[in-house]
Design a protein around this ligand. Structure first.
Ligand code: FRU
Length: 499
C-alpha cells in the first residue's frame, strides 16, 4: 500500500503532468470495479458533488477531485455534463487551487445559474505559512464557452466565533435576496448552520445569523454540505452532520446524511421541521448529497451524492489508483412529510436486453446462466407481500451480497458479511429497515462495484459499494408468487481521458 508524503498530497495540476495522468487513467481503466453508468473519477480520488445545476441547456456537475491517486489530497473541481442525467460526458478540470485563498484546495460548493453565466460558490481551503487554516467563501463564474474566472475578492471571510471548520456554501435566492447556507463548527465544537445574505451576488454579503432548527439542538460536532430546497410548497433541509450516535437501526454509518421536511421562516431564521431527522439513504455508502439548481423538474428536486463516506477506505484506492463515484441522480418529491426518492425520469434509457423473466414465481426466460450480471437492473414485484431474498455475487457456498425481506417481521435488510472483500466493517455489515406497509416492490441497480436498491417506489433507498472477486458471481433468488425482470444495463457514462 502506497504511503503518501505531505508533498505528494499537496500536488496541484500542471500541464506537464498530463502524460503521468494519462498513464494513471489507463491503469485505472483496467480496474474490474469501474462502473458503466455512474459518474466516477477520471483518475485519483473523487468525493462530494459540487455545483450541480441545469444551465444553458444541460446538466452540470462538478466533483471534488484529487488527480494523482486514491487519497484525499489537495482538492480540484472536475466538470461533467449530461443532457438527461443518465448519459454523462467528461469535460475536464474546472478549477485548480491557484489563489492564496484556496491554496490548499477548492473545497465543496454549489452553483447559481444566470442568463449568461453559471456562478460557482465554493470554499477556499486556505493555509498560511504555519499551516493554520483560514476558510474563505469564494466565487467563480463560468461563461457559455466554459471559461471559469475566479473573483479576487472573497464573498465571506473567516467568521469569528467559529473554528476553522466553515465550509460548503449552498447558494440560492429567495424574495429579493441571495442567500448562502454554510456548514460550521462553533467554538464549543458544535455543528452549526450559518445563513448569509446579500442583494448582490458578487458582493455585500453579511452574516444574517445561525439557522435554528426548532426542537433540535444537537447536530454533532460539525455540519457539512448543507442544502435547502423547496419542493412544491414545502422546504427540505439536508445536511451531513458528523458525530451523531447510532439509534436502533438508524445512523449506523460513521457519518450520515440527513433531511427534514418543514417550513422555513426567513424572518426569524428558523426552520420548523414537520418530519423527524431522517437518513437520506439506508445503505453503507452515501454522503454529502446536493440538490441541483434547476427548474426542469417542476415540483420535484433532483439530488446526487458521493457514493462513499468520509474517512472510509475502499480497496481500489490502494490497489488501483482511484477512489470514488457519484450515486445515480434521484428525483425527489414529498409525500406525507417524507421524501420519496426515485430514479430520474430518463432512467429507462439504461435498460438493455432482458436477461431473465420470472412470473408468479416461475421462470419464463433465463439468459443469466445462474450468474449475477455485472451491470444490470433487477425489477422485483411482490404483489402478495411475501418474504423475498436475493443473493448477488454469491459463491458456491458463500452468501454474497444478501438482500432479504421477512414478511413476518416486516424487516428488510442488506448484508455484506458473505462477501470475500468487505470494507469499513467497523460500522457493521448489515443495514435493516422496518417496512410498516411491507415490501411491495424493489428496483435494484447493479454496476460492477455498486448496488442501489429503491424500495416501494422510492420509500427508502439503500446504496452500497461492493467488491466481488472473480469467483463470486452466482445469483440466487427466492420468493413466492414473485415477478422479477432482469435487464442488461447499458453503458451511459463516458470514461475517456479529458483534463
Ligand atoms: C465533505 C467535505 C466537505 C469539504 C470537502 C473537501 O466530504 O469534507 O466538507 O468541503 O469534503 O473535499
Amino acid at each position: 500500500m502506497k504511503q503518501w508524503t505531505p508533498e505528494e498530497k499537496r500536488r496541484v495540476y500542471k500541464d506537464t503532468d498530463y502524460q503521468e495522468l494519462k498513464l494513471l487513467h489507463e491503469e485505472v481503466s483496467r480496474s474490474k470495479w469501474r462502473t458503466q453508468y455512474h459518474v466516477q473519477t477520471v483518475t485519483g480520488l473523487m468525493n462530494d458533488p459540487n455545483g450541480f445545476s441545469r444551465w444553458n441547456g444541460k446538466w452540470h456537475l462538478f466533483y471534488q477531485w484529487f488527480p494523482y491517486g486514491g487519497v484525499h489530497g489537495t482538492k480540484h473541481w472536475y466538470h461533467v455534463t449530461s443532457e438527461d442525467l443518465v448519459s454523462w460526458k467528461n469535460i475536464g478540470c474546472a478549477m485548480i487551487p491557484d489563489h492564496y485563498e484556496d491554496n490548499s484546495g477548492c473545497y465543496s460548493g454549489s452553483a447559481y445559474p444566470t442568463d449568461d453565466a453559471l456562478y460557482l460558490a465554493y470554499t477556499g481551503n486556505c493555509r498560511d505559512k504555519d499551516y493554520v487554516r483560514h476558510p474563505f467563501q469564494l466565487l467563480a463564474k463560468m461563461d457559455k464557452e466554459g471559461n471559469i474566472t475566479k473573483q479576487a475578492e472573497p464573498l465571506i471571510k473567516p467568521q469569528e466565533g467559529y473554528t476553522e471548520h466553515q465550509r460548503d456554501p449552498k447558494i440560492f435566492r429567495h424574495l429579493g435576496y441571495y442567500y448562502i447556507l454554510l456548514g460550521a463548527q462553533d467554538e464549543n465544537k458544535k455543528g452549526k448552520l450559518l445563513l448569509f445574505r446579500s442583494q448582490d451576488i458578487e458582493e455585500g454579503w453579511y452574516l444574517y445569523g445561525e439557522l435554528k432548527v426548532r426542537g433540535f439542538e444537537d447536530f454533532g460536532y460539525m455540519v457539512e454540505c448543507p442544502d435547502l430546497e423547496k419542493i412544491g410548497n414545502q422546504w427540505v433541509l439536508l445536511f451531513s452532520p458528523q458525530g451523531l450516535e447510532p439509534e436502533g437501526n438508524n445512523f449506523q454509518n460513521k457519518f450520515n446524511n440527513v433531511y427534514m421536511v418543514g417550513k422555513m421562516d426567513f424572518d426569524n431564521l428558523e426552520f420548523i421541521p414537520e418530519s423527524p431527522m431522517t437518513e437520506l439513504d439506508r445503505g453503507f455508502d452515501f454522503y454529502a448529497a446536493q440538490c441541483a439548481f434547476q427548474k426542469e423538474y417542476s415540483s420535484a428536486g433532483v439530488l446526487i451524492a458521493w457514493f462513499g463516506v468520509a474517512d472510509y477506505s475502499y480497496p481500489p484506492a490502494d490497489d488501483e489508483g482511484w477512489a470514488g463515484l457519484q450515486t445515480m441522480p434521484r428525483e425527489l418529491t414529498i409525500k406525507n412529510n417524507r421524501l420519496i426518492q426515485k430514479p430520474v425520469r430518463a432512467i429507462g434509457k439504461l435498460k438493455g436486453d432482458t436477461l431473465l423473466r420470472v412470473s408468479d414465481g416461475r421462470i419464463i426466460e433465463d439468459k443469466t446462466l445462474g450468474r449475477t450480471p455485472s451491470a444490470c437492473i433487477i425489477d422485483v414485484e411482490n404483489p402478495k407481500y411475501e418474504s423475498v431474498s436475493l443473493n448477488l455475487f454469491a459463491g458456491s457456498i458463500e452468501k454474497g451480497f444478501e438482500i432479504s425481506y421477512n414478511k413476518n417481521s416486516k424487516d428488510f435488510y442488506i448484508d455484506k458479511s458473505g462477501m470475500r472483500i468487505q470494507t469499513n466493517t467497523d460500522f457493521g455489515t448489515r443495514r435493516t429497515v422496518h417496512l410498516d406497509n411491507g415490501l411491495k416492490s424493489m428496483q435494484i441497480f447493479v454496476d460492477h462495484s455498486t448496488v442501489e436498491i429503491f424500495l416501494n417506489e422510492g420509500e427508502y433507498v439503500l446504496s452500497s459499494r461492493i467488491f466481488p472477486t472473480a469467483d463470486e458471481h452466482l445469483l440466487r433468488m427466492s420468493g413466492k408468487d414473485i415477478n422479477i425482470n432482469i435487464y442488461q444495463a447499458n453503458k451511459t457514462v463516458e470514461q475517456d481521458f479529458v483534463i
